[in-house]
Design a protein around this ligand. Structure first.
Ligand SMILES: Cc1cc2nc3c(=O)[nH]c(=O)nc-3n(C[C@H](O)[C@H](O)[C@H](O)COP(=O)(O)OP(=O)(O)OC[C@H]3O[C@@H](n4cnc5c(N)ncnc54)[C@H](O)[C@@H]3O)c2cc1C
Length: 468
C-alpha cells in the first residue's frame, strides 16, 4: 500500500493539467498520477488526435507546451481543402505565417480563417512528462485503476494493477482527481452518471430529442501516413478485405480530417469510423479490430479516389479515439442553454473556470432536433460545479466525462478545454489540501484568480467585441 495527498487517474489532457497545477501550487504535496498507457497525453497522443482544434480554453499551460515544442515539433495549421460531397475530406497544412494566438478562436470565424495547432504526439507526451517530473509529480505508467473503497462521503483508497506484471496494490489518498476520460473512478464509486442523449424534458434543451437514447458521438481510429516518391497504393490487410468491411465501405462515406505533421507526414482522422453506440455495445478489442480494418479499407479509397496515392500507410494509433462515453451527473450539468447563452448571459457566470467556443458538434448518428447544430457566435464558460459529484467531498473530475449534457459535451470536449478543466481541478486540490476543506467549500474566486480567468475573460470579450 502507498499513501499520497492527491492521486490523479489518467494522464490525458485533463490529467496533465491537473497534475501540473497542483504540483506547482503546492510543491510539498505528494502527487501520484496513474495511467494505463505508456505515455502521457491520452487521446491527444496515444489516440493520435494531434490537433488542438481552434478555440478558446483558458490562459493556461497550453502556452508553455507550445513554447516547448516550437518550432520543430509543432505548427499552426491552415485549411487548404474544404470538405465537399465529391471529395469528402478536409485538409489542414502547416502555415509558417500564422501565429499561435490566431488558434485561440473559432466562434464567428469563416472556415478558411480558422487556425489550429498540429503537433508530434511523441514530442508532446515527452514535454508533458518532463514538465511533470520537473514539478515533482510521481508518474506510474501502465498502471490501471480497477477498484475504489469509500467511507460515507469520502473516497479512502483505490486498487491499481500494474499491467506489466506485479501484484495489484492499494493507494490511499486525501484527494482524488478523476481524469480517466469516461470518469471510471466516479462510476466505480457509484456516482450518478449519464450515457447517451438526454430527453428534452430533463433539462429543456431546445435541440434534445423527445426520448433518451444510447447515441453518443462517433469514434475514430486515427492513423498516420508518410509521403512516397512514387504513386501507388498500400496492400490491403486480409481483415480489410472481409465482406462485412467492404460492405461498410460500400454503404458509407465518412469524412476524413487530414492534418499535416511538422515533418510532412499526414494524420488521418476519419469520422466516424464507427457509431459511438455500436462501439460501446461490444468489447473494446473486438470494436478496435473492426475499426482498424475499416480504416485500412477507407485509406485504400483515399489513395485510389481522392488522390492520396503519393502517401503510404505508416502506423495505426494504439488507443481508439473515443469522443464520448459515460459522463458524470454532477452538482451542475452544463447544457445547451448555457452554451448558447454565452459568457455574459449564462447562469453561474461567476463560477466559470474554463472557456470554450467550439461548435455544438455531435458527429455521426443523432436524433437531436432541428438541422445541424451550428457554430457559436461567442464563447461560454464551464462552471466549477460541473467538476463536482454530489455524492463525495474529496473527489473531483477533470476530463471529458465531467458533468455535461450530451449536447454540451459535443462542444466543450476539445483538448485545450479539457486541459483547462484539469488545471482548475489541480488548483482546487492544492487549496483543499492547504485548508483541509472539501472540494465544494473551496473558494472558486481563488481558483479563478490563480488561473487568471477574470483577466482572460476580459480579453476574450474584447477579441469578440462583446460589451459587458
Ligand atoms: C477522434 C477524435 C478527434 C478529436 N479531434 C479533436 C481535435 O481536432 N481537436 C481537439 O482539441 N480535440 C479533439 N478531440 C477531443 C479531444 O481530443 C478529447 O476530448 C480530449 O483529448 C480528452 O482529454 P481527456 O483528458 O478528457 O481524456 P483522455 O485524453 O482520453 O485521457 C484519459 C486518460 O485516462 C487513462 N485511463 C482511462 N482509464 C484508466 C484506468 N482505469 N486506469 C488508469 N488510466 C486510465 C487513459 O489511458 C487516458 O490516458 C477529438 C477526440 C477524438 C476521439
Amino acid at each position: 500500500m502507498i499513501e499520497t495527498d492527491i492521486v490523479i487517474i489518467g494522464g490525458g489532457s485533463g490529467g496533465f493539467g491537473a497534475a501540473i497545477r497542483a504540483a506547482r501550487a503546492d510543491p510539498n504535496a505528494r502527487i501520484l498520477l496513474l495511467d494505463s498507457m505508456a505515455q502521457l497525453g491520452g487521446t491527444s497522443t496515444v489516440g493520435g488526435v494531434n490537433v488542438w482544434q481552434a478555440g478558446i480554453s483558458g490562459p493556461g499551460v497550453h502556452y508553455e507546451l507550445y513554447a516547448r515544442l516550437a518550432p520543430n515539433a509543432i505548427g499552426i495549421g491552415k485549411i487548404v481543402h474544404l470538405y465537399s460531397k465529391e471529395e469528402p475530406y478536409g485538409f489542414s497544412r502547416i502555415d509558417p505565417n500564422s501565429s499561435y494566438e490566431s488558434t485561440l478562436r473559432t466562434a464567428g470565424l469563416a472556415k478558411l480563417d480558422v487556425r489550429r495547432v498540429h503537433f508530434e504526439p511523441d514530442a508532446m507526451a515527452a514535454a508533458m512528462h518532463a514538465m511533470l517530473r520537473e514539478a515533482g509529480v510521481e508518474i506510474r505508467y501502465r498502471t490501471r485503476f480497477t477498484d475504489v473503497s469509500v467511507q460515507g462521503r469520502r473516497l479512502v483508497s483505490i486498487t491499481v494493477e500494474p499491467l506489466d506484471g506485479g501484484a495489484p496494490y492499494t493507494v490511499r489518498s486525501k484527494l482524488f482527481i478523476d481524469c480517466s476520460g469516461g470518469c471510471h473512478l466516479a462510476r466505480a464509486a457509484e456516482c450518478s452518471m449519464a450515457f447517451g442523449e438526454e430527453p428534452h424534458d430533463l433539462y429543456g434543451e431546445p435541440s434534445a430529442p423527445d426520448s433518451a437514447s444510447p447515441i453518443v458521438n462517433g469514434i475514430s481510429q486515427v492513423f498516420r501516413v508518410k509521403p512516397a516518391a512514387e504513386a501507388g497504393v498500400d496492400e490491403l490487410p486480409a481483415a480489410a478485405c472481409a465482406p462485412e468491411i467492404q460492405d461498410w465501405l460500400a454503404t458509407h462515406t465518412p469524412a476524413a480530417h487530414i492534418t499535416e505533421y511538422p515533418n510532412g507526414d499526414l494524420c488521418v482522422n476519419v469520422l466516424p469510423t464507427m457509431e459511438g453506440a455500436e462501439f460501446h455495445s461490444m468489447p473494446y478489442p473486438e470494436a478496435q479490430a473492426i475499426a482498424q480494418a475499416r480504416m485500412h479499407a477507407h485509406w485504400r479509397r483515399m489513395q485510389t479516389d481522392y488522390g492520396f496515392d503519393r502517401y503510404r500507410f505508416k502506423s495505426m494509433f494504439p488507443l481508439v479515439g473515443i469522443r464520448e462515453s459515460h459522463r458524470l451527473v454532477g452538482r451542475y450539468v452544463l447544457r445547451e442553454q448555457d452554451v448558447r447563452a454565452g459568457l455574459l448571459c449564462q447562469p453561474q457566470r461567476q463560477e466559470i473556470i474554463a472557456l470554450a467556443d467550439h461548435a455544438l458538434d455531435t458527429h455521426g448518428e443523432r436524433t437531436v432536433r432541428g438541422g445541424k447544430l451550428k457554430h457559436l457566435e461567442q464563447p461560454y464558460g464551464i462552471p466549477y460545479n460541473c467538476l463536482l459529484p454530489a455524492e463525495y467531498d474529496n473527489l473531483i473530475a477533470g476530463s471529458r466525462g465531467a458533468s455535461f449534457s450530451h449536447i454540451a459535451a459535443s462542444s466543450c470536449r476539445l483538448s485545450r478545454t479539457m486541459m483547462a478543466l484539469g488545471e482548475a481541478a489541480g488548483e482546487a486540490s492544492a487549496l483543499a489540501l492547504r485548508d483541509g476543506t472539501n472540494y465544494a467549500d473551496v473558494d472558486v474566486d481563488a481558483i479563478r484568480e490563480r488561473i487568471g480567468i477574470p483577466a482572460f475573460e476580459e480579453k476574450a470579450l474584447s477579441v469578440w467585441g462583446i460589451q459587458a
